[in-house]
Design a protein around this ligand. Structure first.
Ligand code: ADP
Length: 484
């Protein structure tokens, strides 16, 4: 007998069976698929090494056994299946788990069919060891369960969208924050979550995120019950199954917003209340200066100068606070007229240069754009940017101010070679009360409102403001304004 195949070769029906199978014995013998054939009486008439190995015995043991005598087949329900296949003639397949005689637990994929030869019926079985695959699948399922638990237990809302902006994943927290079921969310697009007018003013930036950018924004999301909920949203792009996806975390900032509103109201009231006492102080300082001519009393001179300086500083701070509350309540209005922007910039630069001996303001005017805007407000923007450039380059040096035209817009740049702005804070310098250098040893003055007001003014003009910066190397603030 050739290696590893067959059983009672002297049995004529087995010989016929081999012929019927028309498979070379060596193929059966060497196959990694377990092959066994049982006579309908249950007697094993053919088994290869692979089948024996998978079932945890030897071929001889298999050939000596009836299929109803294999204990592991009994409890795995294989026996009933074999009988059924023999009865119906319909092939069937089953995946089952057994412990071999050596105690090894294996998963097998078994396929049963009936072979008809002459008057006899045989049960033909193939066995494939799928233990590795089953273990891998179960490890994957466990890992998936772990990640899902983390996802579901997260207190932040987490969502994922595909390249077309369709939501493909949302955890429980996201469902709760948005007041919608998971199924509802998964039938929506990201853009369905925000009011149309908000999207028109602040587009989604999905392509930016898919392209690899990480963004952090504050937006109003539409709750399932209709109300708008302010959210802080962080989003980034990832690769998943060969496709780009956007992953976002959501946090309800209603409480924070309420506190901010209280703070703004308080500051606005405080600023209004401080205006009168400051004016009184300034008036009396001027009176004192007139009553005690300078040079008469050095102590008095110093006191008057210090009082005057500090009162002016207080007046500026109060002015800034009032500006913020004006922006907040949308009460900032423009008095528009036709402006020669180059002349405006030159004017501000000359005035600012007179105030600083430590910095050189270098101006390059490569165009003379005409703008329909509020000259006072635009002067305020240019002044603020130059003032910041001076304050945040404490070692002095050059400040470059360039004005040109680019793609139908006037383009102003104010560049310094000072401290720069740390990464991650560049977007935030335009938020109110945000100070990128707060808590550092040096005090650069300021309340973090100047750029907030600048942005409001620029946006009221239909323009854009942004910054490029490298920490330790300096910053360039850009303003783009539509031409008239
Ligand atoms: P502040 O009055 O505090 O300067 P701003 O709104 O003008 O307020 O600016 C916000 C913050 O942005 C500043 O506190 C500072 O940290 C940062 N910043 C503004 N301009 C510059 C600049 N030219 N270089 C570096 N940091 C800057």
């Amino acid at each position: 007998m050739k290696a590893g195949v067959g059983g009672s070769d002297d049995n004529s029906s087995t010989a016929e069976l081999h012929e019927a199978l028309e498979l070379p014995r060596t193929l059966i013998a060497t196959s990694s698929v377990g092959i066994a054939v049982y006579h309908e009486s249950g007697r094993c008439v053919l088994a290869n090494e692979s089948a024996a190995r998978m079932l945890g015995g030897t071929r001889e043991q298999m050939l000596a056994q009836n299929f109803n005598q294999i204990p592991s087949w009994k409890y795995a329900g294989i026996y009933e299946l074999a009988l059924r296949v023999l009865a119906t003639g319909q092939p069937e397949r089953i995946e089952f788990h057994i412990f071999t005689t050596f105690g090894r637990d294996v998963w097998l994929d078994c396929w049963f069919a009936v072979l008809e030869s002459q008057e006899e019926r045989h049960l033909f079985a193939t066995l494939v060891d799928i233990t590795d695959r089953v273990r891998l699948e179960s490890a994957l399922r466990a890992s998936e369960r772990r990640y899902r638990t983390v996802l579901e237990q997260a207190t932040d809302g987490l969502m994922m969208a595909d390249e077309d902006g369709r939501l493909v994943e949302a955890n429980q927290a996201a469902c709760k924050l948005l007041g919608r079921s998971r199924d509802t969310l998964l039938s929506m697009r990201v853009s369905d979550l925000f009011p149309k007018e908000d999207l028109a003013a602040h587009p989604l930036r999905l392509n930016e995120v898919l392209g690899g950018a990480t963004i952090q924004v504050e937006r109003r999301a539409i709750h399932g019950e209709g109300q708008l909920v302010p959210m802080e949203i962080g989003a980034t792009g990832i690769d998943l199954e060969g496709k780009r996806h956007a992953v976002a975390s959501l946090r309800d900032i209603s409480e924070r917003r309420k506190l901010e509103t209280m703070r703004d109201e308080f500051l606005s009231v405080a600023a209004h209340e401080l205006r009168t006492p400051i004016t009184v102080i300034k008036t009396y300082v001027q009176l004192l200066e007139r009553l005690v001519p300078s040079g008469q009393d050095p102590v008095m001179d110093r006191a008057c100068r210090a009082l005057g300086r500090q009162a002016a500083r207080m007046a500026r701070l109060v002015q800034d606070l009032l500006e913020v509350s004006r922006v907040q309540v949308g009460r900032m209005q423009l008095k528009r007229e036709l402006i020669d922007l180059a002349a405006l910039v030159s004017r501000v630069v000359d005035a600012m240069q007179a105030l600083t001996a430590t910095h050189e303001l270098g101006v390059e005017l490569t165009a003379e754009p005409a703008i329909d805007g509020d000259p006072e407000r635009l002067e305020q923007v240019v002044m603020n940017l130059i003032d910041n450039a001076i304050r945040y380059s404490p070692d002095g040096g050059l400040i470059r101010i360039r004005l040109g035209m680019h793609e139908g817009e006037a383009h102003l740049q104010v560049q310094d070679f000072g401290l720069g702005i740390p990464e991650g804070m560049r977007e935030r310098v335009f938020e109110r009360f945000f100070r990128a250098h707060a808590g550092t040893r040096s005090n650069y003055g300021g309340m973090g409102v100047g750029l907030f007001v600048c942005r409001s003014i620029v946006e009221l003009h239909g323009g854009r403001i942004w910054v490029e910066s490298k920490e330790g190397e300096g910053s360039t603030f850009h303003v783009a304004l539509p031409l008239c």
